[in-house]
Design a protein around this ligand. Sequence first.
Ligand code: NAP
Length: 293
Amino acid sequence: MNIDSDTKLYCLIGNPISKSLSPMIHNLIFQLNSMNAKYLAFNIDNAEYLEKAVDGIRALGIGGFNITIPYKIEIMKYIDEIDEKAKILGAINTVLNIDGKLRGFNTDGDGFVKSLRDREIDIKDKKVALIGAGGAAHSIAVSLAFEGIKELVIINRTTQNAYKLKKLVEDVFPNIHINCYEIGRETSIPKDIDILINTTPIGMYPDVDSVPISPRLFSTSTIFYDIIYKPQKTKWILEAEKLGCKTFGGLDMLINQAIYSQKIWNKSLMNDSIDWNYIKGEVLKNIINSLQI
Ligand code: NAP
C-alpha cells in the first residue's frame, strides 16, 4: 500500500518502545484489510512532553494511538472521555481521536477474555486466581469481573499491592469474593481453582527456568494461562501440559488486544465478513519470526 495524502496515521507512544511489536502487528492488520493507514512508534523520553504530544496528535488529526509503559496512567489527564472499564482500572492503552475529541479505552483485559471465549471456556461463576497484581493483572481482573466470575484469588509478592487490587475490584463488584495470598507461601493458597493466570514476568526470557508456582499443587481440571509470550510456551505451561491440563500462552491475548484497538479506531472492521482467524494466523507467523520463538 502506497503512502499518499489520504493515508491515515496511527501510533504508539511510550518509553522505551524500540522492542514493541505493535508497529508490526498494526501495519500487518492494515495491509491485510487493504486499508490506507500506517502505524508508527514514538518514543517520548520525558513525561513533560506528554501533553504536547497529545496536542500534536489532535492538531495533526492522527486517527488514534496506543500508550505503553510508563504513560498508561498519566496520559489519562489529557484525554477528554474515558470508557467505563478503563476508568475503573485507572489506565488506558488505546485512544480514539474523532475531530480532536479523544476517547480512552483499555483493551488488554478484553483481549485476554476473548482468547478464553474463542476456546469456549466459560468464565461466569468461576473461581479464578491471578498471580501478580500489576498493570496486566488489573486489566484482567476488571474484565473478568465484568464477565461475572464468582471468586477471585490474588497471589502476589507484595501483599499490599494484592490488597489494593482487591479493593479496586470490590468497590465496583461487591458480590465477588476476593482473597489475597503471598507468592511463595504455597500451603495456604486454595487449590480448587478453575482458571490460574500468571501475570508476573516469572518465566519470561531470559528467566526461562523459573515457574511462579508449581502446577502440581492444582487439580488437572485447572486451566493454566500464562500471559508471557517469550518464550511462546513457558516452563510453567509445559509442566501444566505434562499434567494433562488445558493451557494458554500470551500471544493470543497480545494479538486480540491489538485487534480490539483496531476495531475502536475503524468501525468498518466490525464487519462480520472479515476473516479474523486468517489475519490472526498471519500476525502470529510474523511475531514468531520476529521474536524467534
Ligand atoms: P507490572 O505492572 O510491573 O506488574 C508485575 C507484577 O509481577 C507485580 O505484581 C509484581 O509484584 C510481580 N513480579 C514482578 N517480578 C516478580 C518476581 N521476580 N517475583 C515475584 N513477583 C514478581 O507488569 P505488567 O505490565 O503487569 O506485565 C507483567 C507481565 O505480563 C510481563 O511479563 C509482560 O510482558 C506480560 N504482559 C503480557 C501481555 C500480553 O498481551 N500477553 C500484556 C501485558 C503484559 P509486586 O507487586 O511485588 O511488585
